[in-house]
Design a protein around this ligand. Structure first.
Ligand SMILES: [Fe+2]
Length: 339
């Protein structure tokens, strides 16, 4: 080969190897949250690391089904989803792999992450009780058990029992008080419902404001979101409906997590781990608390001012790691209950 050709070949190979022509660093995320809600986090991460975060968002169960379908061909590196039961399911199905990260282990309490490192909690969400400020003396209700009192017959609204938010709560009751207790609770609650369950958590709060019921069970971040809604009607719901943190003198309110996990098919493993670690940094945890009205998993980061205004909050962290064990039993209870 003439030298000038050799030289030309050498320089082109060299140029290909230089960063100018290198593929951009990315991490591909399946998220149950709309991309626009986590956009401030994505922008901040890109500025700090130069890694681009691509997000496919959808309903948590659909994303999980898609992961199963695509198997090792999945382009997703990272799963961001809600509910510990879904994360446990992903672990059992081999869809996610463990991460060893001292940083994550230090920042996240052991009750809010998998002991084998398969999933890590990012935020904590509580299932609270809500009441009509003009019709209910809120001091009457301190426990989930109080909702089964006969005086609330026809006065309670809750979404369908089969929704994972409710089956997870019921699973935590089985873990705490046994199957029989949980079945009795569900039966009596169903007897107190104001209507056949319809709609999501936000609809139950709207039902209180419309006078359909006096009490409801819903995740507290929806209440926070309604306070900041661009719909006047939803802001009115926030004004007229009050929140009660249940079980404050006993085990604490039922909570679940939103969490992150590295997929088994991950092609951008280091970037994915870097993004999870970023989500646990103080700045990201603050953004999470302010945008989503959930509790940060880090103990050193405060809740948003709005959530703080709802009063001191004790959460049942202990049940989180146990509840997926009882989910089948909880689902069976719901099936035989008119809820
Ligand atoms: Fe939700």
């Amino acid at each position: 080969m003439p030298f000038k050709w050799f030289f030309a070949l050498f320089t082109s190979v060299f140029l290909l190897a230089t960063p100018v022509f290198a593929k951009p660093e990315v991490v591909n995320v399946y998220s149950f949250r709309e991309a626009k809600l986590i956009q401030p986090l994505i922008d901040e991460f890109y500025q700090q690391t130069g890694i681009k975060v691509n997000v496919v968002s959808g309903k948590a169960d659909k994303l999980l089904a898609r992961l199963i379908e695509d198997g090792q061909d999945s382009f997703a590196d990272l799963l961001l989803t809600s509910n510990v039961a879904r994360l446990e399911k992903a672990k059992q199905l081999g869809l996610i792999q463990p991460i060893q990260s001292d940083y994550l282990n230090r920042q996240i309490p052991s009750t809010l992450r998998d002991s084998d490192g398969y999933w890590y909690g990012i935020s904590v969400r509580a299932r609270a009780i809500f009441y009509a400020k003009d019709r209910v003396e809120h001091t009457d209700i301190k426990r989930y058990q109080d909702l089964t009192d006969a005086k609330w017959r026809g006065k309670i609204c809750v979404r369908k029992g089969s929704h994972v938010y409710n089956t997870s709560m019921l699973a935590s009751f089985i873990s705490l008080y046994g199957e029989q207790w949980a079945a009795g609770w569900a039966q009596k609650l169903a007897g107190n419902l104001a209507m056949r369950p319809q709609g999501g958590d936000r609809d139950q709060l709207r039902n209180i404001n419309n006078g359909v019921c006096d009490l409801a069970i819903a995740n507290s971040y929806y209440y926070g979101m309604m306070s900041a809604s661009d719909k006047q009607a939803d802001r009115a719901v926030y004004q007229n409906v009050g929140i009660i943190w249940p079980e404050q003198k006993s085990v604490g309110a039922h909570v679940n997590i939103s969490g992150a996990a590295l997929t088994s098919a991950a092609k951008n493993k280091a970037n994915a781990i870097a993004f999870i670690e970023f989500l646990l940094m103080p700045k990201a945890q603050k953004i999470y608390a302010e945008i989503n009205f959930e509790s940060p998993v880090r103990n050193d980061i405060k809740q948003s001012a709005l959530v703080e205004s709802w009063g001191p909050f004790v959460a049942d962290y202990q049940s989180i790691g146990k509840l997926s064990r009882y989910l089948d039993k909880a689902e069976a209870i719901v099936k035989r209950t008119p809820w």
